[in-house]
Design a protein around this ligand. Structure first.
Ligand code: MN
Ligand code: MN
Length: 269
């Protein structure tokens, strides 16, 4: 499958600080940076027409209808036959994206990299909060399995939610167990959701919620390499460009996107 890039500049439901709405342009620029390399390690030309098609950004004027607009835009990417590669926004984008993914690929499983479980029933009264997408996804049956990796900001409520939804949860120093769990998913559709704060702030400083003790870039690349089955979609969220240092976090996002584009190019079905 070809990767269909969709920019999702949406941070209306961030709890602490805004910023991720501006991320798509920064990740695109890093992806196309002529000082970088357009080939993935397996020598896939990730910028070639056969590997990547840019569907542009979702138009988001604000208000309640934005949720529907994001779902509709993701559905259009999937209907074109491309795998969905959504870039930008805060983690609230994953719920409207998964509505489209689950409709097209029933039985999809999610691998989720994050410092936070994002399973709040609601956060500060907002059920669409960027701290709540996986509660909405699991209670609506939009995924048949959720594997969370890099978790290090848990609470009693979040732990109870994880048990309620049967989440497989791995702290950031348990990457080997997480890789075994991913492999056990076997054939079928898989979606990868990457919150950049799952990485250590040393690798990805350009996020609004620093949680030291996180994953390395190479560990996240290992997760991508370990994904089984058909990778039907992915998102890379929570880049806050105003917090970045020399664009290094945007570059990390682009590097992860390149690996995903190459992985999607090898997915069929
Ligand atoms: Mn998150
Ligand atoms: Mn997070």
């Amino acid at each position: 499958m070809r990767a269909g890039l969709l920019g999702v500049g949406w941070d209306d439901h961030s709890s602490h600080a805004r910023g991720p709405a501006g991320a798509p342009a920064h990740i695109r620029a890093a992806l196309h940076d002529p000082a970088g390399n357009r080939y993935a390690p397996d020598l896939t030309d990730v910028l070639s027409k056969g590997a990547l098609h840019d569907h542009g950004d979702v138009t988001l004027p604000g208000g309640d209808e934005d949720v529907e607009r994001i779902t509709a835009a993701a559905a259009a990417v999937l209907e074109s036959g491309d795998a969905l590669l959504a870039l930008g926004g805060d983690h609230a984008v994953t719920y409207p994206l998964m509505r489209a993914v689950a409709a097209r690929h029933p039985g999809v499983r999610i691998v989720h990299i994050d410092a936070h479980p994002d399973l709040y029933d609601d956060f500060e009264g907002d059920p669409l909060s960027h701290a709540s997408p996986f509660a909405r996804i699991m209670e609506q049956g939009l995924a048949t399995r959720l594997i969370q990796i890099g978790i290090r900001a848990d609470t009693p409520h979040l732990r109870a939610q994880a048990e309620r939804f049967g989440v497989w949860s791995y702290v950031s120093d348990d990457i080997e167990s997480a890789l075994v769990a991913i492999a056990s998913l076997g054939d079928g559709p898989v979606y990868l959701s990457i919150d950049l704060d799952g990485l250590d702030p040393a690798f990805a400083p350009g996020v609004n919620h620093h949680e030291p003790g996180g994953l390395t870039v190479r560990e996240v690349l290992r997760v991508i390499d370990a994904l089984p089955g058909t990778v039907v979609g992915a998102d890379i969220v929570e880049l806050s460009p105003g917090r970045d240092l020399n664009g290094v976090t945007a570059k990390v996002a682009a590097t992860l996107a390149k690996s995903l584009i190459a992985r999607m190019a090898k997915s069929y079905g």
